[in-house]
Design a protein around this ligand. Sequence first.
Ligand SMILES: [Mn+2]
Length: 339
Amino acid sequence: MMGWTTAQLADLDLLASWMDAAVQRGAVAVLTGRNGDMDTIGSAVALASSHTNLMACGVHTGRLASRLVAQHHAPFRHLKAGHATWPSQLGGVIVVDAAAPDQTGVHLPDVPICVLDHHATDGWDLGPADCSLKWDVRSTTIMVAGYLLKHQPSALSKPVCEFLLAGLVTDTGRFRHANAQAFQVASNLIDAGDIDYAAFLEKLESEKLTSSDRGAILRGFQRAEMTEAGPWSVIRTSAGTLEGRVASSLNSLGCDAVVVVRHRHGETRMTGRAPRDSVLRGVHLGRVMEQVAERIGGNGGGHNGAAGWSGTNDPVEAESAFLNALAQLPLQVMHDDDD
Ligand SMILES: [Mn+2]
């Protein structure tokens, strides 16, 4: 297959044999990350379509993902956060696009686990019966596309290709953070699914915000302030919802990093974004969020330019832990790109 490294192709063979054995043992859950973004849901739905014993499931589907699942009547089982119930004959669990067990939002059963992930941080502790594919790629759907292209090409129906492409488009910020392999896989999917790309993108972007959504975003902008963390300039604010949207918009203003705090029902969440330019000068928000979790508890991690943390701490404590951890990152002249 063109555009895939030897190591990636070997990994896909490992995944195929792990999956063959797992579906022999019984039903296999394809479990999403609890943020329910398009990459995790698209990966799970597409992968689960390749065998009748596979079932896509997770605690949450985001707005766009919910829309696509409904539109294609895609099988997806919603799990109760914390205490999911599993089939008695469970052959294994495949976790897609989650950097650590707690990012699934459920307690994992004691069966062989397979992890497909592309985050820079890794909180998995796996045993010999488990399987792990950690790739430095722009979306988890790229990994699933690789598996289907190599081992189950007949599963690449039009809807499956659309789920995979949607995850790729959203995780790369409409290809703004794409690389050669992301374009290559997008091209493979458009070809295999016979997708009219312009029409597909129009459909993907057709979501209208409600006036309360717009109000929440505007209040997020109004509360925004500039601050410093060591050598880095930061825009900080809080938002009641749509914090990813707020963070991405503020990120376009060109500070070194953006952090948006959200506090609701006793849970605090932080969403971080950093432009490519500051990532190249040493910002790594995935590591910053990981350090926040080490220092004050909760769960954190992600990519160098996009990361998150959640916990029960006070929002002020969380934000100052973020700024402290960011301040420790030295300004670099050289960098090694490891997102
Ligand atoms: Mn992802």
